[in-house]
Design a protein around this ligand. Sequence first.
Ligand code: PGA
Length: 241
Amino acid sequence: MKIITVDSYEELGSRAADVMGAQVIMKPNCVLGLATGSTPLSLYQELIRRNKAGILDFSRVRTVNLDEYVGLGIESDQSYVYFMRKNLFEHINIDMNNTHLPNGLNSDVYAECARYDAVIESLGGIDMQLLGIGHNGHIAFNEPADSFTVNTNCVDLQQSTIEANARFFAKADDVPKKAYTMGVGAILKARRILIIASGEGKADIVREMIKGPVTPKVPASALQMHRNVTVILDKGAASKL
Ligand code: PGA
């Protein structure tokens, strides 16, 4: 793992934009795996700025997102498809037809998981996968478990994840209890992985991800087995390394 520590959350965004931007410049039709949550926001702001400044061109870029709540679609401002449009896609010159997320409105779990795996396959796999990390060590919505997931699956969200994400909803009860998520196996198939974390609250789990044993109890620890991972941390998130 290549570990980069920066001073601030803003700098985290710009260093991550350097890494992702280099990927886009090297391969203009690359497949980017994207993530939601608070951590990627400074990165997305910077990608938007660089696109508007003519530095980055997304016209041929394809994207696949990690996850989506079951039951939510574009009509819901809590859905991840809505998040991606508002925080990135609507502000850059990407073709919306080239952006992909699991369809939270498809209640046929088997069909939706198979469809999403086929989408990733049809794009030729993921060139660079962006990840955040949950306080419990989840990547995407792969929660701590007894074994690693492989392909897209439908998960029951843990209470700690529901509580962490309740900040985006009117009340905790409104947070969906299930989500579609790319599997850990599919994430590990990405050719490069970029994982970002910010704040002291993530320091313990970042240490476990990097220095702890590889275990499905800390899904992010699986990244130790990937040969091309870049970790960008601000001072707080790196404080226990
Ligand atoms: P956060 O979420 O960026 O909002 O902290 C990260 C995650 O849960 O993967």
